[in-house]
Design a protein. Structure first.
Lengths: 115, 111
């Protein structure tokens, strides 16, 4: 059974703080993703990684950075949190078998509030 | 550009059938996924279509027409627990498994 875990379910931070969101998967997946989800906007891709130490910008990377030092772990970093980064953050992982119905598996989400 | 459209909200009655439509315009196509997401929870996989036609899985079915850029999710014998958001997502042709999501359809099932 695939398991994707995120370090926190709820987080409250102040404007200007550096924020780390951690994601760990136990299925040896090559691909990992960070999304944010906002009402009316759906899931938007921030960054993704297809291998250790590799990263690619998604649709809304501004204000974020990522780190993938180990295959199972993908970290999202908010260098200087701002109130417009208040959102639900979802991590996902998938294998590279993209010719199949191999789907993305999601973590439980981190609801971040920036004051 | 990349665009996926779904209705924002739908309401249906317990025991009824509901169809949630999704239209897409993407630069590449390598499969379409439907996810279910209950409030405050993570999305969970429901169905996958890569060829034209209908895929049936219990009370849920999903249809794809690649030439029309169109899919629908059909839910039969609706139950109260089916109240959730339903997300349509298209996978691109890269080997990263990257998905493009629609904004989701919130379904409310009433007694």
């Amino acid at each position: 059974d695939v398991k994707v875990t995120q370090s926190s379910r709820y987080l409250v931070k102040r404007t200007g703080e550096k924020v780390f969101l951690e994601c760990v998967q136990d299925m040896d997946h090559e691909n990992m993703f960070w999304y944010r989800q906002d009402p009316g906007l759906g899931l938007r891709l921030i960054y993704f990684s297809y291998d250790v130490k590799m990263k690619e910008k998604g649709d809304i990377p501004e204000g974020y950075s990522v780190s993938r030092e180990k295959k199972e772990r993908f970290s999202l970093i908010l260098e200087s949190a701002s109130t417009n980064q208040t959102s639900m953050y979802l991590c996902a992982s998938s294998s590279t078998l993209t010719s199949s119905q191999e789907t993305q598996y999601f973590g439980p989400g981190t609801r971040l509030l920036v004051l | 550009g990349q665009n996926i459209d779904q209705p924002t909200e739908m309401t249906a009655t317990e025991g009824a059938i509901v169809q949630i439509n999704c239209t897409y315009q993407t630069s590449g196509f390598n499969g379409l996924f439907w996810y279910q997401q209950h409030a405050g929870e993570a999305p969970t996989f429901l169905s996958y279509n890569v060829l034209d036609g209908l895929e049936e899985k219990g009370r849920f079915s999903s249809f794809l027409s690649r030439s029309k850029g169109y899919s629908y999710l059909l839910l039969k014998e609706l139950q109260m627990k089916d109240s959730a958001s339903y997300l349509c997502a298209v996978r691109d042709r890269s080997n990263t498994g990257k998905l493009i999501f629609g904004q989701g359809t919130t379904l409310q099932v009433k007694p």
